[in-house]
Design a protein around this ligand. Structure first.
Ligand SMILES: [Fe+2]
Ligand SMILES: [Fe+2]
Length: 266
């Protein structure tokens, strides 16, 4: 079975691109289940009800997220769509939303998705390593097919979690940096690994944000409001093939394309 994971959507133009390319991507890669990280879909912060409905209607099976999902004005979507929209599981107890869910596919197979967040250069939340192990033990009683979106800043922390979960998870895919890495591989005990899946959004930018504002922020070291960049939208994703009998990954492939290239190459 094959899972398509699309990296952090930045802005509504990214949602448009997913809607345009998803039917073709699913067909071309014989995709059974699609997961999208939507933490930056609404102008860089969180995701709206309308965007969730749009992703749902174009065939996205699950939306993961990260640190930017907690915009207080948009928290109701985490409550309303808990179990479809996930937030990192290892935030302190009492926060709204869910961090993992299982999905029954048309083929009868079951896929579990687990969203976690790193702590290095981020927030001092609960330990993702311990929580992952405990949660995967629970999820494995339902299915061996387990996809992990690890939303983290530090490559070392991502690699460490990849090794920690090798043999337990089918895939450990990093998000958050918005830059796709080229280190995709299958670890020895069958976990597909990629340090960062990248970004679906405007690439003439600083991780999705307008360049002048980003430069000003670095030069001034005082608060400057970011605004998201426009145009030159690319889709970053990864396709993972998994043996449904044992949950081990057999193939991993990166995707980095835009509308023009995608339709020209087909
Ligand atoms: Fe992001
Ligand atoms: Fe993030």
């Amino acid at each position: 079975m094959r899972i398509l994971f699309i990296a952090d959507l930045v802005g509504n133009e990214a949602v448009d691109l997913v809607a345009d390319l998803l039917p073709g991507l699913k067909h071309q890669h014989r995709i059974d289940f699609t997961i999208v990280n939507g933490e930056n879909a609404d102008k860089g912060k969180g995701i709206t009800e309308k965007q969730i409905q749009r992703l749902k209607s174009c065939g996205v099976g699950c939306v993961t997220s990260g640190n930017h999902i907690w915009d207080p004005r948009k928290r109701e979507v985490l409550v309303k769509h808990a179990g479809y929209l996930l937030r990192p599981l290892n935030y302190p107890e009492g926060n709204v939303g869910l961090g993992s869910a299982t999905f029954r596919l048309e083929s009868g197979e079951k896929v579990a998705v687990l969203n976690l967040q790193g702590r290095s250069f981020m927030y001092s939340i609960d330990c993702p390593f311990r929580i992952a192990q405990k949660e995967i033990r629970r999820l494995r009683s339902e299915t061996p097919i387990i996809f992990v979106d690890f939303h983290a800043e530090a490559t070392a922390e991502k690699q460490a979690l990849g090794w920690h979960l090798d043999g337990q998870a089918s895939a450990v895919i990093g998000t958050h940096t918005h830059v796709q890495t080229a280190d995709e591989r299958i670890l020895p005990r069958g976990a597909a690994y990629l340090s960062d899946a990248g970004m679906t959004g405007p690439v003439d930018s600083v991780i999705g944000m307008e360049t002048n504002k980003a430069i000003e922020r670095f030069m001034m070291q005082s608060h400057v409001y970011y605004s998201i960049a426009k145009g030159n939208i690319r889709l970053n994703a990864v396709v993972i093939e998994i043996d449904p009998q044992n949950g081990k990954a057999t193939h991993i492939e990166r995707i980095n394309t835009n509308k023009e290239e995608f339709f020209r190459e087909r």
